[in-house]
Design a protein around this ligand. Structure first.
Ligand code: FE2
Length: 360
């Protein structure tokens, strides 16, 4: 009978799954007690990670961390919203040590809720560029993603989509599709613009782009690429990895879509392309703080960054580490450089602007 039950008090919602990285299994609620007991691992030799990432590459990271440190990663996956709600509900009793999510907007919400603790170490400071982490050390990026413009190759010349501003010009009247403004990526993109150029400029841009819509906002980033390929519009924006995932897809239909679509890193002659992160931080009530810090440091170490790069469709956080070959082939690009917490600070204002201009 097992008496090591760090997660015994957890009620696992049906929508969440408990992944036990060592065995490569994703276990449901009934497996809680099993997951809490790790034969041979030692009852204290683990760190609990709440993660909104669901990538196979992350399992390799967990295994790498365990190999390097002997510490097992116990990952609980769910959406960023679900995991934040859970963390909030658990309060001081939470067994989560690390919270990982994509998009600084999501991470900022955890910080705002007081559920991160600031951590600053030499290894983190050395390995994570200043604009890809929280200024106070609440969260640290370990991969980055770019917000790119996708366009139909037979209708648009690359120089016509060199800037985000271009999407709001008469050239693209009725030729733009976008996903909903409630999406974090959209909120972060506009929040970054508010930070750089002010709310008035951001509103003018959002209104101009909204005026060019070919249809009401709908679907995912991938759906925007498909709509452009299908001729519903000439251009859209998406996170770069959706484009690369379809390019790498085993499904011929996906590759056919990519055959019709080009992409551009916008604003290369100006402020640079908007970038965001996947990142993590140590939770406010971490029971295994030292191991949590160790895990964050591992994520940005030589070993982890080198291992992750070829498995991933995101860019390594460290400029010295080469990304996957197809990403490298896209060439180096200039990144927007703003403090990442701005994406959170301006999120509410971004939402208000979207609503005011009718970008649903
Ligand atoms: Fe995504």
């Amino acid at each position: 009978m097992c008496n090591c039950e760090p997660f015994a008090s957890f009620i696992l919602e049906a929508t969440l799954s408990f992944s036990l990285s060592r065995r490569g299994l994703v276990l449901g609620a009934s497996a809680t007690a099993l997951a809490a007991c790790t034969p041979g691992g030692g009852e204290d030799n683990y760190v609990n990670v709440y993660t909104a990432r669901h990538y196979d590459a992350d399992r390799a990271l967990y295994a790498g961390f365990q190999e390097a440190t002997g510490v097992e990663v116990r990952a609980l996956t769910g959406s960023a919203e679900q995991l934040l709600e859970r963390l909030r509900a658990e309060g001081e009793a939470s067994e989560a040590d690390v919270f990982v999510s994509a998009d600084a907007g999501n991470l900022w919400k955890v910080k705002e809720a007081g559920l991160f603790q600031n951590v600053v170490t030499p290894a983190l400071e050395q390995n994570v560029p200043q604009h890809l982490r929280d200024p106070e050390g609440a969260f640290w990026g370990f991969t980055k993603r770019a917000r790119i413009i996708v366009y139909r190759k037979d209708a648009v010349r690359p120089e016509e989509v060199a800037t985000m501003d271009a999407l709001g010009t008469a050239r693209f009247r009725n030729q733009i599709v976008m996903r909903s403004s409630s999406n974090t990526y959209q909120l972060s993109t506009l929040a970054a613009r508010i930070e750089r150029l002010g709310a008035e400029n951001a509103k003018a841009w959002a209104g101009a782009v909204r005026g060019n819509f070919a249809r009401d906002p709908q679907g995912s980033d991938s759906d925007q690429i498909k709509a452009v390929a299908a001729g519903e519009a000439q251009a859209s924006v998406c996170n770069h990895y959706y484009y690369f995932r379809m390019m790498r897809s085993e499904d011929a239909a996906d590759r056919d879509v990519i055959g019709k679509v080009g992409f551009a890193f916008p604003d290369q002659a100006g402020a640079g392309t908007h970038v965001n992160i996947s990142g993590g931080g140590v939770t406010a009530h971490a029971k295994r703080r030292e191991r949590a810090v160790q895990f964050l440091e591992y994520l940005v170490s030589d070993a982890a960054q080198t291992m992750l790069a070829p498995l991933n469709t995101e860019f390594p956080i460290r400029p010295q580490i080469a990304p996957a070959p197809d990403l490298a082939a896209a060439g180096a690009f200039k990144e927007e450089n703003i403090p990442l917490d701005a994406l959170g600070r301006h999120q509410a204002e971004a939402a208000r602007i979207f609503e005011e201009v009718g970008w649903s």
